[in-house]
Ligand binder design. Structure first.
Ligand code: AP5
Ligand code: MG
Length: 187
């Protein structure tokens, strides 16, 4: 299955993706992780990405698209994958659709994690990743509202969107996600 996990910063995308990929036996494709890896390796993509990540802004669409397209064509993605944090702008979503339609491999579903934003800000502050400083978190939230939130309507229009209540324990959220995946499979 080709699935997408979207949701605001700190919603639990990475946490739930880890569980979901184990359940589905597909690779976990997190653009945030790919970009942090590029930064750690000091590649040109990493150097470019760092300034955007540190500012809580989106890395340019072309850069992220290139990373994802290169990854999706790898043999381990042949029977599906879970995208985490991509797409996160309308241009990324339309480019992904075009790319996947060209390969006759459309998406099967998009899960949107819905959270109380104030609650998840505390989780991020407690985690303390490089971009988890209060002012950067504020900007990441604003970027999400402006550029990523419109994807809900986009995917709802394509009958791909499944909203998931992502408040509660990790187990509770995962059980809702698993139920949604099972319902999707049985259709
Ligand atoms: P990215 O790495 O994707 O960060 P994000 O979207 O801001 O989300 P996080 O990874 O912080 O949160 P998450 O939803 O994965 O939650 P997690 O499971 O970690 O992107 C970082 C940056 O990279 C972006 O700002 C942008 O600059 C760039 N980027 C990435 N993708 C891009 C793209 N497509 N285009 C352009 N730029 C891009 O959980 C958070 C914390 O909460 C953890 O400590 C976790 O243990 C805890 N937690 C999780 N679930 C629960 C629960 N149920 N109860 C209690 N605690 C919980
Ligand atoms: Mg994450």
């Amino acid at each position: 299955m080709r699935l997408v996990l979207i949701g605001p910063p700190g919603a639990g995308k990475g946490t739930q993706a880890q569980r979901l990929v184990e359940f589905l036996c597909v690779p976990h494709l997190s653009t945030g992780e790919m970009l942090r890896e590029a930064i750690d390796k000091g590649t040109p993509v990493g150097t470019q990405a760092k300034q955007f990540i540190d500012a809580g802004k989106l890395v340019p669409d072309e850069t992220v698209l290139e990373l994802v397209q290169q990854r999706i064509v790898q043999p381990d993605c042949a029977s599906g994958y879970l995208l985490d944090g991509f797409p996160r702008s309308l241009p990324q979503a339309t480019a992904l659709d075009k790319f996947l339609t060209g390969r006759s491999q459309p998406l099967d579903g998009v899960f949107e994690l819905e959270v109380d934003k104030d609650a998840v800000i505390q989780r991020m502050i407690a985690r303390g990743r490089g971009d988890d400083k209060p002012e950067v978190i504020r900007q990441r939230m604003a970027t999400y509202e402006e550029q990523t939130k419109p994807l809900s309507e986009y995917y709802a229009g394509r009958k791909l969107l499944h909203a998931i209540d992502a408040m509660g324990t990790v187990d509770e959220v995962f059980s809702r996600l698993r139920q949604a995946v099972e319902q999707m499979k049985s259709r």
